[in-house]
Every structure is written in structure tokens, then in C-alpha cells.
Design a protein around this ligand. Structure first.
Ligand code: SF4
Length: 474
């Protein structure tokens, strides 16, 4: 006797349990990609995909050309990961949803094949697959196009932090000391330009996937995350696209940012100070109406993993989220010089960012902290410089190459542990170390050399090719 088609029964309790089971498993699996030192969560993988880091052109498991025309929307409720997508398969356009799993077999493990929420899936993505061919089918027994993603296609910047190299003088110290200042300058300038080009490629990949405005917004949000919270800020900006937020009144927009970030729900009203309560009431007034539509993102496994330990009060992500809300309030002024290279003015853009204000966040560090005695800058000079280095110039340089001269003049404002370590290894106590730390491009060049050589070396400099190659640098 043939197996009965259980999916046709459409049992509401079964579907409910499937969703429950799915929510328990969702985001728990971790995968270690080749070339990566740390395992990556499913959430990070989804964020990389959605940011266009894997690219937009693929070959399906059965050999067809696959092109992502529209990456769709990151789904906030039950069902596939991304909805409303457009995918071209073998020249034919398909509109529907996309599911991304660490392993092809997760489709069956999570019972997506019997779940009607997955009927519109047109593309199943995965990193790993069994040796024997695994077919993806939906509850109507329609075969779904499969693409196995290749981790080698990810840009270097998508890889997690590789740590620090030992603090000691390197073998390259001697040849560098012998080199004329102009040659060292040209070496660092070239390394900085290479780094800028890589940042530019990554940013323009995101532009190709989601449009220029969304790419700018995501990159600025990431820059607000400082070193520790870039990824949560990135995911938040991916989940709440700028076009959607700009359609909302400011109060609703801000409540959505704080609600989806999880900060609103993690603070107990009774623990807050009276001056904070009015602000919290305002946020909750709007959040409770929007909360249901974001339920999936509030699950512990889907929650943003904010890093709050050892963070300077001024850099607390709650305060930075307040800065993002202020930025969105002035969005036309903030975004215009980046959307149209012809309107770029470094001074003007810097002024716009430095003058941002917020009724609550201009005087508070967190939702639990006491108010500061006097207003604090929402976005300070060093943050603006980080945004210039990581967003504005990488975005604009391909369109206005003469901005390179402007870039070379930027002073170095950031104190960076990796730069200090690179200086120690390359220059030691020599005056070159002081000379080549003054400008932003010096820092960027040093970081590039440090990552390309020092962090790749496991021979205490003995096998590092950098010192010998220096002879050829003219
Ligand atoms: S690893 Fe290479 S680049 Fe780094 S300090 Fe040693 S010799 Fe210099």
C-alpha cells in the first residue's frame, strides 16, 4: 500500500508542533567553514548570504545557471528564511522564497518538506551535503532548485577575527630600517589602497544585492557597532531595511529598532529611573502593536548576541542604537552625499554627523544609567573617521578616484591594538614607528601587512617572505 500523503491532511496541531520544533532547532547549529578559525552560527551564515557576500551568480547542483535578481526580505515570522525573492534559473524567472541551511538534509530534519509554509520556496541553499544525491521537495512534491554555497567565495573581510600576533620585533625590522622613508611610505600607501579596494568591493557587492541606500545604511549601522557589536548591528539593519523604516513615523521607527534589538524586552520597568520611564513608555506604546510581526526574531536562538562586557559606557550598543535612530531622523542629509558622489563634501558630511542629537540618548549611556550632567556627542570625531574609512571612501572612490588625495590627508584618530602590535613588530622603537602612525592610511597599510604576513606566519618570522620581498620594493 502506498504511503498516505500526510501533508494533505493539513493537521493544525502537527503544523504547530513542526513550528515549535523548528524554533527550537533554529540557529543552534554551528558550522566551521574551511579557512575559518571559529565556528559560525546559522544566523551569521544567513547574514553573509543576505549581505551578498557569497555573490549573486551560482550553478545549481544539477548544473543550471542561477542568478539572484532580488534577495527579498529577511522573514520575521514562521516559514522560510527569506521571502519575496526573485531567482533566475536557466534563464527563467521564479518568484518565491529562499531557505538556507548548514546541511542539505536539514530540510527534512526540520520537516520543511511537509510544511505548507515552505510551498513557495524556489531555492534551497546549503553549505554541506551528503555524498549520495539529496533532493529537496516541498509538500506538493515539487522539486526545489538546490545550490551548494562555496565558502571559498567569501571575501577575507567576512572571516572572523584571527587574533593577535606575538608582541616582539620581527625579522622585517632590519630591511625596513634600511629603506628610504619614501619607499616605506609608498609601501604603506599601496597596502592601504589595496585594503580600501577590498572594502570597496565588499560594499559594492552589497550595493548590487540590495541597492545603494540599503548598503550605505547597513555599513553605517555596522560602524556604530564598534569592534564588538558590528555583526548584531549588521543583522539588525538587514532585518529592518531603511526603506521600511523611512515609511514609519520616528517614534514607531525607534520602537521597532529597540524592540527587534531585544533591548526593550530585556529591561525591567521597575529597575529604571523615573526620567527613563517616560521614554520607555513611548517606545512600548508603539512596540506592543508591532511585536507580533517580529516574533521569530525574539526567539532566544534568533536573538542578536550583543557583547556588553568591558564596553566603554559611551560605546554601549543601546546608546549607539539611539545614534542610529537619530541618524535615520536626518536620513536625507546623512545619506545624500553618499548616494550621489557629485554631492560629496567631507566637511559637510562630518558636520551633519557631529551635530546629531537625541532627546534621551544625548544625555544617557544606557536605559538603566543615570543621566549625564551635560550633553554628550552622539557620534564623535573618531566614529566619523571610522565611517569615512569604512563607508564613505570605499563607496565613493571607484566613482571619484581623485578622492584618494583627500583620503591620504586624513589623520589617524583611532587607537588600535593591532596597529600598535604591527608597529612593534615592523619598526620596534625606531622613529619610523612614530612617523608612520600619523595618518589614517598608515594605519590601514600597517593593518593590511599585519593581516597578510604576521597573522599568517607560524614560524616566528623565519619563513615569512615579507623581509626578502622588501628588496624588490621600489
Ligand atoms: S611575520 Fe613577517 S611581516 Fe610580520 S613581523 Fe615577522 S617578518 Fe615582519
Amino acid at each position: 500500500m502506498a504511503n498516505p500523503d500526510l501533508s494533505a491532511l493539513n493537521l493544525p496541531l502537527a503544523a504547530r508542533y513542526t513550528r515549535f520544533r523548528e524554533s527550537v532547532y533554529m540557529g543552534l547549529e554551528e558550522i566551521t567553514l574551511p579557512g575559518y578559525s571559529q565556528p559560525m552560527s546559522e544566523l551569521d551564515l544567513q547574514s553573509l548570504w543576505f549581505g551578498g557576500s557569497f555573490g549573486s551568480q551560482f550553478t545549481s547542483v544539477d548544473g543550471k545557471a542561477v542568478r539572484i535578481v532580488d534577495f527579498g526580505i529577511w522573514n520575521s515570522s514562521a516559514g522560510p528564511d527569506f521571502t519575496g525573492c526573485t531567482v533566475e534559473v536557466g534563464g527563467q524567472k521564479l518568484r518565491g522564497d529562499i531557505e538556507l541551511d548548514p546541511d542539505a538534509r536539514d530540510w527534512e530534519r526540520h520537516a520543511h518538506g511537509a510544511n505548507q509554509d515552505y510551498t513557495k520556496v524556489v531555492l534551497h541553499l546549503f553549505m554541506d551535503a551528503p555524498l549520495e544525491r539529496f533532493f529537496t521537495r516541498n509538500c506538493e512534491h515539487r522539486e526545489i532548485v538546490q545550490v551548494q554555497l562555496n565558502p571559498a567565495s567569501l571575501p577575507d573581510q567576512a572571516k572572523p577575527n584571527l587574533g593577535l600576533a606575538a608582541a616582539r620585533l620581527g625579522r622585517c625590522h632590519a630591511p625596513l630600517r634600511e629603506m628610504e622613508t619614501e619607499r616605506v611610505q609608498s609601501l604603506l600607501e599601496s597596502a592601504a589602497q589595496h585594503r580600501l579596494e577590498k572594502k570597496s568591493l565588499r560594499l559594492h557587492r552589497c550595493v548590487a544585492a540590495h541597492g545603494r541606500e540599503q548598503a550605505v545604511y547597513q555599513a553605517l549601522a555596522q560602524a556604530l557597532g564598534y569592534r564588538n557589536n558590528q555583526q548584531p548591528f549588521n543583522i539588525l539593519a538587514q532585518r529592518l531595511p531603511v526603506k521600511r523604516l523611512q515609511k514609519l513615523p520616528p517614534a514607531e521607527r525607534e520602537s521597532l529598532l529597540f524592540g527587534v534589538s531585544g533591548f526593550l524586552e530585556s529591561v525591567r520597568y521597575e529597575d529604571t529611573l523615573p526620567e527613563t520611564r517616560a521614554y520607555l513608555r513611548e517606545l512600548w506604546e508603539s512596540w506592543w502593536k508591532q511585536r507580533d510581526a517580529s516574533q521569530r526574531w525574539l526567539l532566544p536562538q534568533q536573538a542578536l548576541r550583543w557583547k556588553l562586557a568591558a564596553i566603554r559606557p559611551g560605546n554601549h550598543p543601546q546608546r549607539r542604537l539611539g545614534a542610529l535612530a537619530a541618524m535615520l531622523k536626518q536620513w536625507p542629509q546623512v545619506s545624500a552625499p553618499l548616494l550621489d558622489a557629485g554631492r560629496w563634501s567631507q566637511e559637510g558630511w562630518r558636520e551633519t554627523l557631529l551635530s546629531l542629537k537625541h532627546d534621551f540618548w544625548s544625555t544617557h549611556y544606557t536605559l538603566l544609567a543615570e543621566g549625564a550632567a551635560k550633553p554628550l556627542a552622539l557620534i564623535g570625531e573618531t566614529r566619523v573617521q571610522e565611517m569615512l574609512a569604512n563607508v564613505a571612501y570605499p563607496l565613493l572612490m571607484p566613482e571619484r578616484t581623485r578622492l584618494w588625495a583627500e583620503y591620504l590627508e586624513l589623520p589617524a584618530l583611532l587607537d588600535n591594538q593591532k596597529v600598535r602590535r604591527a608597529v612593534q613588530r615592523l619598526f620596534g622603537d625606531s622613529p619610523q614607528g612614530t612617523e608612520f602612525q600619523k595618518k589614517l592610511h598608515h594605519h590601514q597599510g600597517l593593518l593590511q601587512i599585519y593581516e597578510d604576513f604576521c597573522l599568517q606566519d607560524d614560524s616566528a618570522c623565519a619563513d615569512c617572505p615579507f623581509p626578502e620581498r622588501l628588496k624588490d620594493w621600489s
